[in-house]
Design a protein. Structure first.
Length: 349
């Protein structure tokens, strides 16, 4: 009986277990799942590798990019504005013309007093003009501002300031053309010198024998100033005169003071010539216009030379007016270059 109940209970439990298992979803065994997954994964990996190998190209080598030039916008070139100096202090020369510079005779200091290298024409920026006549006498006139502007404008129109060369290369200078062969290497002639200061500026040295061979702009400018004569001229009366004094008559003979060289009496109101020389062979000194007025009556023209007598001694005396731009130790300097500066007046354009 006891065994029968045990068997019945066993069957009942077995039946309940079977029913509980049937109610659960079917599940593969652990071993089958792993095998299936492993097989599928392996196949997928293999297939993917084949696809990648077949469709993806090999990577190209990396190249350093070449920089392309970036266009820079062009600019219109800008010419820097020239800053010109202001005119020098004192009396400023605008135009200066020399009709005789140089020559075979060696230059001596007394030459400057007698008038060698004295300009034929000087025009200052304030309009004052000095002109020397053929006899050597100096005259003074005025040039109006409008006339100065016309003169400068004319020089520009004829092309003087655009000419290459300045005459310093002698017969090879660009200011000449077709020079006759017989005039070359002739040292006996003198030069003309023309200087125009301001803005623009130009200096030319013209060898006298080569005048007919000048290029036209320079020749036209030379013709203008070689015949230029300011209007309403009066004798030039400077504030200061200068004297060159030498003992004896040698200096007077050198500069042609006259055939007889008859001496004049030295004015009593002036210092004695012997004391002025003070044992020297020659002396140069300034005298005032009032002192010079006592000597002017003895001179036909100034600059000039005369023989004076004082006691038993005779002296050669040069009397010369000092030009506004000159200095006692630098009479009639021939400019080495033209000066560029802002003009103190303006001209219509």
């Amino acid at each position: 009986m006891k065994r029968t109940w045990l068997f019945v209970i066993f069957l009942l439990l077995l039946s309940m277990a079977c029913q509980w298992q049937a109610a659960l979803p079917s599940q593969p065994t652990q071993v089958n799942v792993q095998e299936a997954v492993g097989s599928t994964y392996s196949a997928a990996v293999t297939q993917t590798a084949r696809l990648v190998t077949a469709t993806v190209p090999a990577p190209r080598p990396t190249r350093t990019p070449t920089p392309s030039p970036v266009p820079i916008p062009s600019r219109t070139p800008v010419t820097p504005t020239e800053v010109l100096p202001t005119p020098p202090e004192g009396k400023v020369i605008l135009i200066e013309y020399f009709d005789k510079v140089g020559g075979e005779t060696p230059w001596t200091p007394s030459d400057a007093y007698i008038g060698r290298h004295l300009p034929r024409l000087v025009i200052y920026t304030d309009g004052q003009a000095l002109w020397r006549d053929d006899a050597g006498a100096l005259w003074e006139g005025r040039v109006s501002k409008s006339a100065l502007c016309t003169l400068l404008s004319g020089l520009q129109k004829i092309g003087l300031f655009n000419v290459k060369g300045d005459g310093t290369l002698d017969e090879k200078d660009p200011i000449y053309k077709d020079i006759p062969a017989e005039y070359i290497n002739n040292p006996s002639s003198t030069n003309f010198v023309l200087v125009v200061n301001g803005n623009p500026s130009k200096r030319v040295i013209i060898y006298r024998l080569f005048v007919d061979s000048l290029v036209q702009p320079v020749k036209s400018a030379w013709e203008i100033f070689n015949s230029f004569k300011p209007s309403s001229l009066e004798p030039y009366e400077p504030d200061v005169y200068v004297m060159w004094v030498e003992a004896e008559l040698k200096l007077a003979r050198k500069y042609g003071a006259g055939q007889d060289l008859q001496p004049e009496d030295w004015p009593r109101d002036l210092p004695q010539l012997r004391k002025l020389l003070d044992g020297q062979d020659a002396v140069q000194l300034p005298i005032s216009e009032e002192e010079a007025s006592q000597l002017l009556e003895f001179y036909d023209t100034v600059p000039g030379v005369k023989v004076f007598e004082q006691g038993e001694n005779r002296y050669s005396v040069i009397l010369r007016p000092l030009l506004p731009h000159e200095e006692l130790d630098n009479l009639s300097p021939v400019p080495e270059a033209a000066q560029k500066f802002v003009l103190p007046f303006s001209c219509p354009k």
